[in-house]
Design a protein around this ligand. Structure first.
Ligand code: ZN
Ligand code: ZN
Length: 213
């Protein structure tokens, strides 16, 4: 069994961290949040000879899910997640694209499978538990791998900040609850990748993030 590794491909004008999670030995993996720039994602997969078995979505915003249907069709793989509470957002991606003035083609998304709190998703020998973390978006999920002490937190938590809650379905109190009651208790030593900007560690955020202290 190889190590869990992650490669980031910044996509869309929002510089969203599309993340390729993969096994360093057998080069199997998944793509988290292919918001757009599909050709670039495919090129990185090809150059690194990574075979992806699924697309995992953290939530239904355009910069995270806008390219999911195209990537699914190109690779013939399933879209898994987020929680069903983001179904309306995913059904509205074309409108989100218009609202943000995006010019690249975007398709509304219907995942093959929605996720719930406590679900387990995996590729190869790497297993992640699903945490439903509403607040930034109602159906936002976080993928947590206890063995690697790693979480992909999407737009729930950033280094030194938290997700915005002024978009439809946003709820700041719920967001802070999600972080304090579900993420931080996983442990100070958990490393995270987030949807925008650099990742970090939960302990550092617990001690210094102005939204959490
Ligand atoms: Zn978002
Ligand atoms: Zn985002």
């Amino acid at each position: 069994m190889g190590q869990l590794n992650a490669g980031i491909v910044p996509v869309t004008p929002f510089q969203q961290n599309c993340t390729i999670l993969f096994d360093t030995d057998d080069k199997t993996g998944v793509v988290v949040d292919p918001g757009g720039d599909i050709e670039q994602i495919l090129r990185v997969l090809d150059e690194n000879k990574i075979a992806v078995s699924a697309i995992w979505l953290t939530h239904g915003h355009i910069d995270h899910a806008g390219g999911a249907m195209d990537l699914k069709d190109r690779l013939g793989i399933e879209i898994v997640g987020p929680h069903e509470d983001d179904r309306p957002l995913l059904a509205n991606l074309e409108n989100q694209a218009q609202r943000f003035g995006l010019t690249d083609p975007v398709r509304n998304c219907v995942p093959d499978r929605f996720l719930e709190e406590g679900d387990i998703v995996s590729f190869g020998s790497h297993t992640f538990s699903v945490l439903h973390c509403p607040g930034h978006a109602p159906g936002h999920v976080v993928y947590f791998n206890p063995v690697a002490k790693f979480a992909h937190v999407g737009d729930v938590l950033f280094r030194g900040s938290v997700g915005r809650t002024d978009l439809p379905g946003g709820d700041h109190a719920a967001l802070i609850r999600s972080i304090k009651e579900k993420l931080l208790p996983l442990g100070d030593d958990i490393g995270f990748i987030c949807g925008h900007g650099p990742g970090g560690r939960f302990g550092e955020e617990r001690r210094t993030n102005p939204f959490l202290i």
